[in-house]
Design a protein around this ligand. Structure first.
Ligand code: PMT
Length: 240
C-alpha cells in the first residue's frame, strides 16, 4: 500500500495523455516559445496593476504544440492554471521579468507565440513597504513598459512570430498596423468586449491576419481549437 506504484493519473489527465499520444507529430523538431497570462506591476508589496487574462489561450497553444511533437517553453504570468506536463514552464510576474525570460530563450526558439496580456505601463515608484492609506487624493505616475514583441520583431531572423491583438469594435485596421509594425507573420485578433470570448473564457472568436495579406475569420470555438489553427499556420511559415 502506497509503495511500489507511481502516482495514479487522474482520469482527466489520462484522457489528455491518450489524446496527446494519438495526435500526429507534425511539429516534431519545432522549438516553440509561448507566453501566456497577465503581468503584475507592483506599486508596493501588496498592490499591483494587472488585467483579467487567465492564461488559457497561451496554455492551449503550449499544450496543442506539445501534443503535436514540438518542444515547448511556456513563459507564464500569474495564473490559476496547473503547469502543463511535458512543457518547460518559466513563471514570471512583471513585464520586465517576462521580457528577460523571453529574450533569454529567443536564440533557442524557432517560433514565438505571444498570447500574454503584457501591461503597457508600470508604476514609476515602487515602495518597499505597504503604502499607508491617506485621505488625500493620490496621483499615480506610470512609465511605459518595453514592447517585448516589437523587440522580437526587430531581431526576427528566420523565426516565425505570432502576436495577438486585443481590440474593441473596429480592430481590423489596428491589428493590421500591429502586424506590420512588429514585423510579425501572423496576428490573432480577438475582442475584449464580447460575451463568452477573450479574457478568461473557454472559447475564443478570432480573425487571423497573415503577413501575406490573407485574412481568415474563424467561427467561435474552443481555445484549444483556435490554438491548433494558429499552429497550422506556424507550421506553414516554419517549413516554407
Ligand atoms: O489569457 P486568457 O484569459 O485566455 O485571454 C486571452 C487573451 C485575450 C489575453 C489573448 O487572447 C490575447 O489577446 N493576448 C494579447 C493581449 C494583448 O496584450 O494585446 P495587445 O493588443 O495589447 O498587444 C499586442 C501584442 O503585443 C500581443 O501579442 C502582446 O503579447 C504583445 N505585447 C504587448 C505589450 C507589450 N508591452 N509587450 C508585448 O509583447
Amino acid at each position: 500500500e502506497g509503495e511500489g506504484w507511481g502516482r495514479m493519473l487522474e482520469p482527466e489527465e489520462l484522457l489528455e495523455r491518450l489524446q496527446a499520444f494519438l495526435t500526429p507529430k507534425d511539429l516534431k523538431g519545432l522549438k516553440l516559445l509561448v507566453s501566456a497570462g497577465p503581468t503584475r506591476e507592483y506599486l508596493d508589496p501588496v498592490r499591483y496593476l494587472s488585467n483579467p487574462s487567465s492564461g488559457r489561450m497561451g496554455y492551449a497553444v503550449a499544450e496543442a504544440a506539445r501534443d503535436r511533437g514540438a518542444e515547448v517553453v511556456l513563459v507564464s504570468g500569474p495564473t490559476a492554471l496547473p503547469a502543463p506536463w511535458g512543457v518547460e514552464v518559466v513563471r514570471v510576474e512583471s513585464a520586465l521579468e517576462m521580457r528577460e525570460a523571453i529574450l533569454g530563450r529567443y536564440s533557442w526558439a524557432q517560433a514565438v507565440v505571444m498570447a500574454a496580456a503584457v501591461a503597457d505601463y508600470r508604476p514609476a515608484e515602487v515602495s518597499r513597504e505597504k503604502e499607508p492609506k491617506v485621505a488625500a487624493e493620490k496621483v499615480l505616475r506610470l512609465l511605459p513598459n518595453p514592447d517585448i514583441l516589437k523587440e522580437l520583431g526587430e531581431n526576427k531572423g528566420p523565426r516565425v512570430l505570432v502576436g495577438f491583438a486585443m481590440e474593441t469594435g473596429e480592430g481590423l485596421a489596428r491589428a493590421k498596423e500591429k502586424l506590420l509594425r512588429k514585423n510579425l507573420d501572423l496576428i490573432v485578433l480577438n475582442w475584449v468586449n464580447r460575451e463568452g470570448v477573450g479574457f478568461g473564457s473557454l472559447e475564443n472568436e478570432v480573425v487571423l491576419l497573415l503577413r501575406d495579406g490573407r485574412v481568415l475569420e474563424l467561427p467561435r470555438m474552443k481555445k484549444r481549437q483556435v490554438a491548433d489553427r494558429i499552429l497550422d499556420l506556424v507550421k506553414e511559415f516554419w517549413k516554407g
